[in-house]
Design a protein around this ligand. Sequence first.
Ligand code: SF4
Ligand code: FES
Length: 250
Amino acid sequence: MNLTLKIWRQNGTNDKGRMEVYPISDVNPEMSFLEMMDVLNEQLIEDGKDPIAFDHDCREGICGMCSMFINGEAHGPGRRITTCQLHMRSFKDGDTVVVEPWRAAAFPVIKDLVVDRGAFDRIQQAGGYVSVNTSGNTLDANAIAVPKKDADRAFDAATCIGCGACVATCKNSSAMLFVSAKVSQFALLPQGRVEAKERVQKMVRQMDLEGFGNCTNTGACEVECPVGISLENIARMNREYLSASLASAE
Ligand code: SF4
Ligand code: FES
């Protein structure tokens, strides 16, 4: 299969950047998208050119590193997959494939397709944890019964891989789906209730400080999320935030 790739190249955060065109031939339809990018980079290196920088780690849909906007969709065509799980059989011979980095002010481009998602780390650091009593008298977590429905919902929220596709696909660059998943995974469990009010306030404050936009309920984030994080989490986070704000105003 022969393709024309149009790929965003940018030498650093302050570089204006530009699209460059790369024809590629004999692409095996069974290759993953990242393997195709590897082949292209090998060609560029053989030709003495600068290879295209892109993020990847696990290559099996777990780490959330492979942030690419392909033909106008976060993680490309297909649902419930990351870029590393996308295969070249999703394209046709002769196709033009446009590849861009995540575009959001809070995710500055470092180089080519690599963006800085440190904003997500700072939101997590603001409250996405449970403090643990390490005095030696720690209560075994299994000693607290959790209703199965709540455990399942908490688990679903915890499957967020922090990829940032929700931000990249949102017209407002909102991080509400990500933050709400991180808030919900604790809010639904008794262990997370102890610091719940403080947590949601701190994480939302950090989200705003990082420059993410607001949620206008268009739902694009849920559609493009590779692990199917539900909008229900945003509703839960809003309830948590409201009740925390009312409690601190008392
Ligand atoms: S909510 Fe979904 S799209 Fe957003 S960071 Fe988590 S896994 Fe990625
Ligand atoms: S490389 Fe880890 S999710 Fe794609």
